[in-house]
Write a protein of this length. Sequence first.
Length: 153
Amino acid sequence: MNTQTVNTQTVNTQTPSLSTDSTNSADVVKRLYEAYAKRDIDAVLVELADDVDWAAEASSRSAPWYGPFRGKQSVPGFFAAISTQIDVSEFVPVTFTSNETDVVAVIRWTYTVKSTQRTASMFMLHWWRVVDGKIVFFRGSEDTEQSARAFSP
């Protein structure tokens, strides 16, 4: 197995083989997005493995959802950090690409920080890994500078 250490964590960097039928992994992620659109966090959690490795990667802590959330029981904290701090006005999956295990989604996201009334609008990248029909890995990347400005007093 090829591995790489990222932020003191070892991540499998071996490229999964491509499959002509990648609908299963993409369908899992699409169901998760549909549940999130309805703000149904219980339905989001159904799609996760118990030991999911979930993180919004950022080099700062300027937004409350940045950082790791280990295990299914921690993921509601990620969504609570979002819902208590911002009003989301746009969350649109723009496009997906996938292979048999990994899905990458481009998301158009706009929100207003409740405490500052500043708005941020950006494209985000989400990287998902699905094993046996469950999400085992998530990494979100966004314009962290824009988020930091929106949260600045």
